[in-house]
Ligand binder design. Sequence first.
Ligand code: HEC
Ligand code: HEC
Ligand code: HEC
Ligand code: HEC
Ligand code: HEC
Length: 184
Amino acid sequence: MIQKFFNWLKQPLGLIASGIVFLALVSAVVYGIWRTQQAPEQPIQFPHKTHVNFGIQCLYCHPGAARGPAAGIPSQAKCWACHNQIVKTRDSALLAPLKDAVLSGKSLEWVPVAIVPDFVHFNHRPHIAAGKNCEECHGDMTKVTVAQNPQDMTMGWCLNCHIKNAGDDQEKLVKLTDCGTCHY
Ligand code: HEC
Ligand code: HEC
Ligand code: HEC
Ligand code: HEC
Ligand code: HEC
């Protein structure tokens, strides 16, 4: 049976068929890699670079990062408080979904970008308290439009930084690499 199949593969038709299978596999892999590096489809192409370069602080829009586990995404009321007054962009097509949401009372559904699985407990607060910059984990937001992840947020990524930060402090090393610190 197997022998027969290999003989068939050597026939012209078989060669064409294997060629097609090979190309399909390659394009599936390439598409997969491309997908994971694309920013997701968001309700608004929110331009981080415009806002950050304008001088608006990260913590103005994501105040939870200094206070607790989640940084939070600003409400549309917060967006509108500003945009209601910016005449230049009031009729911008980019802002139309915001206006619709405010007028209809529906919420914008932002797609999460930076996320770890539910069984991992990440908390922003100790990181900000230890002097870590947003940029170290989220990349340079003065250059991006829709937020993207600069790296996969894997366990190895967390541990590498924890080990580096513990240095020679054994007690800290034990705490920052203990399974129960991130999984409980
Ligand atoms: C503190 C004020 C402020 C807040 C809050 C704010 N923006 Fe903006 N936004 C600006 C400024 C300033 C610009 C640039 C306007 C210009 O081009 O001169 C801008 C530009 C934009 C643009 C690009 C418009 C265009 O036509 O180029 C979009 C889209 C946008 N903001 C969406 C939002 C959303 C969504 C929120 C809420 C998450 C928000 N903004 C919150 C000040 C603000
Ligand atoms: C004017 C408000 C505003 C400012 C200022 C702002 N952001 Fe955001 N941020 C948003 C909005 C709205 C989203 C959701 C849209 C998106 O993911 O692109 C977001 C999404 C993000 C995300 C992805 C969140 C997720 O859902 O996974 C990260 C990370 C982030 N911001 C970091 C930053 C950092 C770091 C700064 C400062 C350099 C900053 N932001 C400044 C409004 C803001
Ligand atoms: C040590 C790395 C690290 C630093 C520093 C950091 N973040 Fe995050 N951030 C993460 C991780 C990990 C997640 C995913 C958390 C989750 O899924 O529970 C995240 C999620 C987010 C989100 C989306 C979900 C949420 O928490 O509401 C936003 C927005 C965000 N971060 C903004 C910021 C801002 C603003 C700063 C700086 C003030 C900052 N982060 C600093 C690692 C970091
Ligand atoms: C860029 C470096 C860096 C990365 C990446 C990072 N951390 Fe941390 N983490 C720190 C530092 C620094 C501290 C504070 C250590 C101290 O107490 O001095 C900390 C503290 C913590 C704490 C609090 C420990 C305690 O009990 O005091 C938790 C929980 C934690 N990190 C989870 C995570 C998780 C989960 C990830 C990955 C999703 C992560 N961290 C990624 C640097 C990092
Ligand atoms: C600094 C935070 C941190 C510490 C400490 C930590 N983990 Fe994790 N762990 C994570 C993150 C983040 C993920 C999810 C991302 C991933 O799968 O890489 C994860 C995922 C896992 C998974 C699921 C793997 C998978 O492929 O789905 C297991 C199992 C796990 N951890 C076990 C452990 C054990 C056992 C320890 C102690 C020796 C430990 N972790 C310590 C952050 C941590």
